[in-house]
Design a protein around this ligand. Sequence first.
Ligand code: SIN
Length: 443
Amino acid sequence: HVTDCNADDCERAIKAASDAFPVWSETTAAKRGALLMTWHQKIKENVDLLAHLLTLEQGKILSEAKGEIHYGASFIKWFAAEAERAYGDVIPSNHPDKRMTVVKQPIGVCAAITPWNFPNAMITRKIAPALAAGCTIVLKPSDETPYSALALAYLAEEAGFPKGVINVVTAKDPVPIGEVLTSSPMVRKISFTGSTRVGKWLMERSAPTLKKLSLELGGNAPLIVFEDADMDMAIEGAISSKFRNNGQTCICSNRILVQDTVYEEFQSRLAEKTGQMKYGSGFESENSLGPLINKKALEKVSGLVEDAIAKGARLASQSDDDRNGLFFAPAVLTGVTPEMEIFSEEIFGPVAPLYKFSTDEEAVDLANDTRYGLAAYFYTRDLSRAWKIAEKLEYGMIGVNETAISNASAPFGGIKESGFGREGSKYGIDEYLNVKYVCFGIR
Ligand code: SIN
């Protein structure tokens, strides 16, 4: 059982964060960093429990849940160090009687609205930089996965964060909470990971108070396999990026584009491997995929596959191990074309649709033919092709012969309707800092 907070509770959380801000923002960066490291330590000591909780509420297999706890903790460690590196600047003066400097200051109360697909890591990726910068937080986790958020907050309290610095608002209905977070003049920034539709709603509602926003929204990642690719690497990359978290990440490869000369080979090898994948309870170690998050997700994935088949696609492989509940057997679809819904929709499920192309230009055009621009991947051994394609792909993140691109030191984020702002890396903390220019007259 989890508290179902309402709009008033959210107002109280904002007030608590606002009251805590003056002291927290003036706490030294070294002290904030040290507290973050204590929190990090506590998470590391509780990996097994946190992972168990995560699998229980989200469904991903336990090994992935453990991986997520380590991944989530890595953002805390990274930003604990970044706290002390939030340097300003001294600008060469344009006048003998002036000295010009820039200082960076915490924005204020920040809201983090986080998704269910990474119930731990998307929280730490947002709130660790905020806390490192000196901001205070109101966190609204997904109603599908409140427990991981509460467990993190519990450990943060044990680590010694002062009251009011981190506030968690759990609620069944996100709308009243979103309305309060967006309309409150006390909230100076919102960081959101979720759908493009909700991102636009938050942006519209934040306009009257001109909040700073970071929006990490939907994706439609292409994975391009050129004929000169190392086929073993390409298959391995396709499997891991497609089926990570049961296909439920914003950067899962959503469209696999394969050059016509190697299409048959790629398709049969991918289908064979996919057909061997086991799915079921995340607690059974033989499974590599768990359930989907809810019935709506299952209906969406099934609907996309049905539409593609009705328009001429073929299931090259799908385990016939039929199961009840929220399970979807991992599948490879061949003969998929841009006219099918699956080409433009984020699948968020374990279905790998294969498209055929002939030339590099065609591959780039197909890859860029989407309103999204989060992540893209391609496999080639030709260095000049690699440079050219990486430059032409309209995405915030590119994996060249690599699909495991996420880590705390890299800038995560998109362009186009995948949003803006960067998380992780040396850029991540800037999202929570104001740049203040201070000019000294020294006549
Ligand atoms: C996401 O799906 O939004 C996050 C994926 C990642 O951090 O790798």
